[in-house]
Design a protein around this ligand. Structure first.
Ligand code: GLY
Ligand code: MN
Ligand code: MN
Length: 434
């Protein structure tokens, strides 16, 4: 992402905030996995969106109209001893030179400096409730100013939720963001293709998962979330992540795996037969889910409301369940009573962006919001016929199918960012025949 894109975002946010306000936002902390082992550092998405600054222990302060610079970054000082162990830090010079800060201070000095930036302002935009320790610090800085009220110091009187403006901005992606998401989806799609090529009965779910990890890392990507690699009955467990079972001849394999590149996620699910040939029952259910997904994608157009793709999917899935004999009754009545829910218990999608379940409101003033160019969402209908659902003949048991693509709303309609992953049943079988 170019520095000017981060600058443009900060400027847009400050325009929305207006004079007399200040925004304060903390970087993500480093997180411990167990004892002395840490997770790889992942920047907080909001902080990343506004700064691109890749370090923990940093605080961004935006002060519209500040003559010495509106973008102030508190960050770690250079430390040659620590840098021997942990690698280079930007320091204050680097923050200004390489990361677009107008002014930078050591984060250890924040208690002395930040109250001065808040003093005399009306509003503080911040993320209250995300990190109680940071909230506590913020109130402490404001209280420092209140303590000097008799000397004429004026503390901000209003705390405003930063996410209202910021998450609305994040919901509408720029061309550069869409391009990054397209790359993330292409990498993940190529991994799904590879999984279809290598899967054989007798392999383990984790061996297929390894293909994803290898391809993501080969592109300097990460898993956007814990992948689901579920054979047979495991494909009916929505959040299955153990990925440690053997793949059986005759079972389906459901894989939900997405790659994150430059802090942007993809989120793709494909389902295919372990042995390369769908059974009649598997193919019948598969084709219903595929039609539901295609119909739902067709509903992703500017001006349609958020719930249209879900409504399309529900219609096709319910009719399909009726055709299979798994539901009986009047179609409208079955939809109205949500009779499909034992087999389709989640929604058809979510916003996608820096977070896999990305930020942004789904309703405005109580109504589903309209889709606009620049929004990106998943379209992911499924049918899960668990043996635990009563009164289902055994031949349908353990058929768990989801098909998930990443879809950007464009001016003309939509773009499927993840189209490189095969989903037509015949195409999958041809690919697996080799
Ligand atoms: N992979 C998470 C989801 O599909 O929502
Ligand atoms: Mn999803
Ligand atoms: Mn998914």
């Amino acid at each position: 992402m170019q520095q000017q894109e981060f600058r443009r975002r900060r400027q847009e946010l400050m325009n929305l905030m207006g004079e007399g306000s200040v925004a304060v936002l903390a970087a993500a902390p480093e997180r411990v996995r167990n004892r002395d082992v840490q997770y790889r550092f992942r920047q907080d998405s909001d902080f990343q969106y506004l700064t691109g600054f890749p370090e923990p222990e940093a605080v961004l302060v935006l002060v519209p109209g500040r003559s010495q610079g509106e973008c102030v970054l508190f960050c770690r000082e250079r430390d040659p001893d620590r840098e021997v162990w942990d690698g280079p830090r930007a320091g204050q010079d680097g923050a200004v030179r390489d990361h677009g800060a107008d002014d930078a201070f050591p984060v250890d000095d924040i208690d002395d400096i930040l109250p001065g930036l808040l003093e005399g302002k009306d509003k503080v935009y911040c993320m209250l409730g995300v990190d109680p320790d940071f909230d506590h610090s913020l109130f402490g800085w404001v209280n420092q100013i209140r303590a000097r009220a008799r000397a004429g110091a004026r503390a901000p009187g209003e705390f405003v939720a930063l996410e209202h403006h910021l998450h609305e901005m994040r919901l509408l992606k720029s061309q550069e963001e869409i391009a990054t998401m397209r790359r993330a989806a292409q990498v993940a799609a190529s991994a799904h293709r590879r999984a279809m090529e290598v899967t054989r009965p007798g392999m383990s779910e984790y061996q297929v998962e390894a293909e994803f990890q290898a391809i993501f890392r080969r592109h300097n990507g990460e898993q956007a979330y814990l992948p689901i690699v579920g054979g047979g009955a495991n494909g009916c467990i929505l959040h299955y992540v153990n990925n440690d079972a053997v793949l059986n001849d005759g079972d389906l394999l459901l894989i939900d795996a997405g790659c994150e590149l430059d802090c942007y996620a993809s989120d793709i699910t494909r389902t295919f037969p372990v042995n390369g040939r769908f059974s009649g029952e598997q193919r019948a259910v598969y084709d219903i889910v595929l039609e539901a997904q295609r119909r739902a994608i067709e509903a992703v157009v500017p001006g349609a409301h958020w719930n249209r793709p879900h409504e399309e999917a529900v219609q096709v899935l319910t009719r399909g369940l009726k055709d299979l004999g798994l539901l009986a009754g009047d179609l409208d009545g079955l939809i109205e009573s949500e009779a499909y829910r034992p087999f389709f218990m989640h929604r058809t999608g979510h916003w996608l962006g820096m977070d896999v379940h990305d930020v942004g409101d789904y309703k405005l003033d109580g109504q589903w919001r309209e889709l606009e160019p620049g929004m990106v969402m998943t379209v992911e209908p499924g049918l899960y016929i668990s043996r635990n659902v009563p009164d289902v003949p055994a031949r349908w048991h353990d058929i768990g199918i989801r098909i998930e693509d990443d879809v950007a709303v464009t001016r003309e309609g939509y773009e499927v960012l993840s189209e490189g992953a095969p989903k037509d049943g015949d195409e999958i079988e041809a690919l697996m025949r080799g």
